[in-house]
Design a protein around this ligand. Sequence first.
Ligand SMILES: [Zn+2]
Length: 362
Amino acid sequence: MTKQALIVALALLMACGAKPGDSTKQKNQDNLVAETVTNPQKSINCFIYHRFGDSRYPSTNIPIEDFKAQLNYLKEAGFEVMTFGDAIKYLKDEQPLKKVAVITIDDGFQSFYENGLHLLETYGFPATLFINTETVGGSSYMDWKEIKDAHKRGIEIGNHTHSHAFFLNMDANERYQNFESEIIQCQELIQENLGITPEVFAYPYGEFDQRMLEIVKDAGFTAAAAQNSGVISNDSDLMACPRFPMATDFSDINEFKLKANALPLKVKGSPEQHVLLENFEPSLNLIIRKEGLRLNEMQCFIQGGTCDLSIHQKEDDEYEVVAKPNKSIERRRRTLYTLTVQDNANKWYWYSYLWINPKIKE
Ligand SMILES: [Zn+2]
């Protein structure tokens, strides 16, 4: 090889060596951007309502003026309001990123039909109504004719069991049998009276254990709604979707806006079992990736008490978060631990976990 040829060969080699490296780097950056654009993290902010304009029951009622303000905000802020079932499809399908909100109504109270439904229609919003079939037509509950009418007017109908029992109060051997047969009974009554088959489910009182969750999954529902606050995401267990409760104490428009815009705080390691058996000061140990979150400012709330929070780095971007009550939670039936944190862009992230002590009867 001549000296000149060697120089050319070296130059080519260097060029070849340099270019692939550069283009790979560029390609990786392009992929990163492409992934961010085409595979964004979708999330759904879902709300749960019970009664509308019925001030006799403040803990389950939304004042009508507050409901109007919430619907108005969703419209003005450009949310796409979907049924629970459609929102789950959106989460699974190749659909572009949207701001999605879901309105769910549990129990089928008459006040929804009288005071809530026409407001949804005014705004052109659908919603999902979870029906416990035993009380249909009873005093202060919608009857089948009204439920059918609501369905015609854009309301998805979901299964909420037949009797709306406290299934966790039953012995294990009858609990699962009853739970399963009540789901079937509810499904059959809805089919019989409305000619439709519900695809979504909501746990009465938001209470369930792992085996109940499996029963709902095996029954073929596409998703099930719990009652703890939080945001549904691609990573959620679709058989335990969080919902933000909306009643008098939480219905202030600023609080609603915060929840409508909250993002899912993604955690690893949440316990499978919600039912408290022995330890009544349970600590919640979670792994959270920092990824721009201001973890040192994380807030923890425990219903009926205060929370001790400790956070320490595990490795790289992974942090262990331990939330512990500073007194026993034995005396409440349901105790929610809630974690909220902001990121560097001041967006709020939300997660909650429900403990249930079935020995406390309501
Ligand atoms: Zn209910």
